[in-house]
Design a protein around this ligand. Structure first.
Ligand SMILES: *Cc1c(COP(=O)(O)O)cnc(C)c1O
Length: 489
């Protein structure tokens, strides 16, 4: 299976190289030259890990035999064998993606990625170490650290926006153990951290980093195709759950609402649809950083706007990397056009997509955004009505899904993706439930447990009192220096 950059159809690399490199040398994202042949009905008959295996094998055939990798990646890492269970809440189906080691959906793909990379490295006979550079809006960081901790031949450095993540998210990262890990704050927001990482990548194309440090560079963000492909599996899982419960018959279309930031989670749903899964609309849900809502409605992507720090921090993003892949597919692979738009975004902070292309995109996508007040109201009312506790990101999706139904009267079954445990954001969730969020984050988690009857996830409770191992914070301009200095011993 061949991959090339969204911005240029040459050179082509195989799927193992695409995983190893993360970002294409010209700054674009790797895309497949064609969709793989895929037996959807056979896949829907399997359990989650069987589905994962079939999907990975279809997209990443050059990496190697998938069954042992999938077993190694998921056995005993999630608190349920289903990996990503669904539950019925009112007339919505909630797809819970937070049962992994760090209580966010990023665990699904980041449990797998280190195994994919290690296998790809062996396959490509790459002997030098790989440094994984990652920017995080809060959840990718811990999930990647957890996945790559002490993996031989790999080192990982995570940059997070200082002050831009929840106290629990920060505690998860700065207490991370492991000989091959580094964590560093960046003064600024997620976009600063992400563009800083992308700049380091672009400066070190032509293998300069390799020469300078004797290490390869790669990414654990959803710009890496190896991050994106495992996420397709849970769309199949949700669909087969609905089949099993008799909520749908084979072939009936289902809508998905996805709380979106970097557009990676929802893009996996789009790929599932392109593979033939009966997906109706993919509804892109944003918080007050509603750059994607504006784009999907008007065709104008304009990042020149105020950045809002919200109670759903993992979605506080103004430059959504994976939208570039959607633009590639929606233009039938017009790399020149995609490159023009991306250059315009870089230079002017804005680009405009033609009405014709937008009409195509709107066939698959709908959208909506949710204010801070609405997030809290939604958490409160869903808890009151159904006794179900949602985190702030899931609440964005729930609200947007409800609004979509009212607006369109589209009554196809709706799956709401739930991306994090409410215990990662205890202050906001408590106040939404009408409880004064007293004390520190750990005290708040205990209060949340009392209020909801849910246990505090053990890995979060165990953070209390743990040693802070990573106290660094740099300016964006200092990120490269930081990367060059660390791991040099
Ligand atoms: C990362 C994240 C999102 C956004 O996912 P994208 O793939 O970046 O669109 C939503 N919710 C939570 C909890 C996340 O961690």
């Amino acid at each position: 299976m061949w991959y090339h950059s969204t911005r240029n159809s040459v050179p082509m690399v195989d799927s193992a190289q695409a995983v190893l490199q993360g970002l294409a040398p010209d700054g674009g994202l790797y895309v497949m030259t064609k969709m793989p042949a895929f037996d959807v009905e056979a896949c829907l008959k399997k359990d989650m890990l069987g589905q994962m295996e079939q999907i990975l094998a279809a997209f990443l055939p050059d990496v190697g035999e998938m069954a042992p990798l999938v077993q190694a990646a998921y056995t005993d890492k999630f608190d349920t064998d289903e990996i990503t269970p669904t539950c019925q809440v009112g007339d919505m189906t909630v797809l819970e993606l937070f049962h992994g080691p760090t209580q966010a959906f990023k665990d699904v793909a980041l449990s797998m990625l280190p195994y994919l990379m290690t296998a790809a490295k062996t396959k490509e006979k790459q002997t030098e170490d790989i440094l994984i550079l990652t920017a995080t809006s809060g959840d990718t960081g811990k999930a990647a650290l957890c996945g790559f901790q002490d993996v031989p031949g790999m080192k990982i450095c995570v940059f997070y926006p200082e002050g831009g993540v929840s106290p629990i998210q920060r505690a998860q990262m700065v207490t991370q153990e492991g000989k091959n890990v580094k964590v560093c704050g960046v003064e600024g927001n997620f976009d600063d951290a992400q563009s800083g990482v992308k700049e380091i990548f672009s400066r070190y194309r032509d293998d300069a980093f390799r020469k300078k440090r004797g290490m390869g560079l790669s990414s654990a963000n959803s710009i890496n195709i190896g991050r994106l492909v495992p996420q397709i599996a849970y769309y199949f899982k949700a669909y087969s759950d609905l089949l099993q419960r008799g909520k749908i018959v084979m072939g009936q279309e289902v809508n998905f609402t996805v709380p979106t930031g970097n557009f990676g989670d929802i893009l996996a749903g789009y790929l599932a649809k392109k593979m033939g899964l009966p997906v109706g609309k993919l509804i892109c849900a944003s918080n007050e950083n509603c750059v994607l809502t504006d784009f999907l409605q008007t065709g104008v992507y304009d990042k020149r706007r105020e950045f809002h720090k919200t109670i759903s921090p993992s979605m506080d993003i103004l430059v959504s990397s994976n939208l570039e892949r959607l633009l590639y597919f929606a233009t039938d692979g017009d790399c020149m056009q995609v490159r023009e738009w991306m250059e315009s975004l870089q230079k002017n902070g804005i680009y405009t997509v033609s009405q014709e292309i937008m009409t195509r995109i709107q066939e698959d996508f709908d959208c909506g955004c949710c204010s801070e007040t609405e997030i809290k109201e939604t958490i409160g009312s869903v808890f009151q009505t159904y006794g179900y506790t949602m985190d702030t990101h899931t609440a964005v999706a729930w609200k947007v899904a409800e609004e979509y139904r009212k607006r369109t009267e589209d009554n196809r079954p709706m799956v709401v993706l739930s991306t994090a445990s409410p215990f990662k954001f205890p202050e906001a969730v408590l106040s939404a439930l009408g409880v004064e969020p007293q004390g520190d984050a750990f005290q708040q988690m205990r209060l949340l447990s009392e209020k909801t009857g849910l246990p505090v996830p053990r890995p979060l409770a165990e953070l209390e009192g743990k040693l802070c191992r990573h106290g660094d914070c740099v300016r964006k301009e200092e990120m490269e220096q930081f990367v060059l200095q660390i791991f040099s011993e």
